[in-house]
Design a protein around this ligand. Sequence first.
Ligand SMILES: [Ca+2]
Ligand SMILES: [Ca+2]
Length: 271
Amino acid sequence: MREIIAASTFAAMALFGASCTRPDAHRDATTAMVAVPAGKALLGCNAAVDPECEDDEKPGGVVDTAAFEIDTTEVTVAQYRACVEAGACSVQGLDLPSNGTADQPELAWTCNWSKADRDQHPINCIDWNAAVAFCAWSKKRLPTANEWERAARGTDGRRYPWGNEVVQPSPQANLADKTLLDNKPGGWGLLEFNDGVVATAPVGSFPAGDSPTGAKDMAGNVWEFVADGNDARHEMRGGAWSYYPIALRVSDKAYAQNGRRNGDTGFRCAR
Ligand SMILES: [Ca+2]
Ligand SMILES: [Ca+2]
């Protein structure tokens, strides 16, 4: 299955690599960034506002982070394509999810690469190493977990990017709502939420959920890889279209086995 699905895209990549050197192509991927100043912020579990903290979020506390910039949005399909066309990024597996051990063709419908009208959706079905390669090509890097969280929640230790208020029925984020439940019989989703989106939405579609720094979709849409983790498993932050409100909390952590490519996971870059 892997070879069949990837064949045409490999051919396209070879074509670009052989005939299309675009030294300025990285400018195509230039994306708006928000500047986060140096200083102290409350990161990790803030039990005063969040009764759902899990063990790996504890203990919370005040952390000093140096100044950095982070992409305003998740990296889009169009931005990733610019890197592919420059010969610096791979398309391997972008149409075929994997849990890190086995391919999951039954989930191929969730992947945005090479589907029509997805240019402004987040690139997904991508593994951690490919995300690292894209950020390097963009002269950036993956954010650390602390940087990601600082950008998502500001300095005051809030529970979600927008504050401490619970997720609204017509929410500030794309999560596993009734749209997913209604359109994927036998699937999953929560009837009390209605964000109108089955899987991913174009980046920045939920401005009511913007973080205090101006970063968008820090809750939901796709999980985002961060630099933390090890060769066996990589940390992800922010929850996704396939998850429930507990995962939209800014201090929540999830982990991907190395090699995992899922429709619910993408990334953004920092510098
Ligand atoms: Ca949804
Ligand atoms: Ca996100």
